[in-house]
Design a binder for this molecule. Sequence first.
Ligand code: NI
Length: 256
Amino acid sequence: MIFDTHAHYDDEAFDDDREELLSQMAAAGVGAIVNMGASLEGVEASQRLAARYPFIYAAVGVHPDEVGSLDEEKLHGFYELCRNRKTVAIGEIGLDYYWDRESHEIQKQWFRRQLQMAKDVGLPVNIHSRDAAQDTFDVMKEEHAGTTGGIIHCFSASAQMAREYVKLGYYIGVGGVVTFKNARVMKEVVAEVPVDHIVIETDCPYLAPAPHRGKRNSSLYLPLVIEAIAGIKGMTTQEVEESTWENARRVYRISG
Ligand code: NI
């Protein structure tokens, strides 16, 4: 079965047909989806989706673009949500120096605080890092983020950095980008990282794989990502699907 480790089905891009789309997942072989928190509203919406659909799980966390809306009281509420059986991760959290919506200091402060929360509640993390590879890695080392483990989502740094994360016990999240013609580094990363440390993700509605590039993404397109990984690894699509399913369940600690 297919495991989408990072999705945003609360996004308004799905407002017209969310229910219809999600009702197609089982027949398409999509067995599990983790809906990320990104904003405060996104955290709540993820909880609602997880309560409604047996195959959807929730992550609790605030994206670096949105951390200006955080304070200790709100974080206290997050700790409560982490007790929900279907909350499986803290995410997405990290640093984004591309959009630079908040100062680097503020971003780092809340990244650290949310990493600490992950340790406090014993959940893995889902990391967003854009144009901030070294700072992300440094903060994670300083906060001993290896103890919780997790996924580096939409991995975009070098193959060497990927190796460092794998050493730290992390999984590399691979999505639509691996199908793009010009994605040389991403293909190198997939070639380099052992298959038992690769998971797949959509980041939908964004980052649809080729030939749907630029259109609305969904978990239904993940077979295209599996195909690309299988091609690079010299494996069958069935092997990649099974391996990424098992890896995702291991990192999110889902059993049964
Ligand atoms: Ni995302």
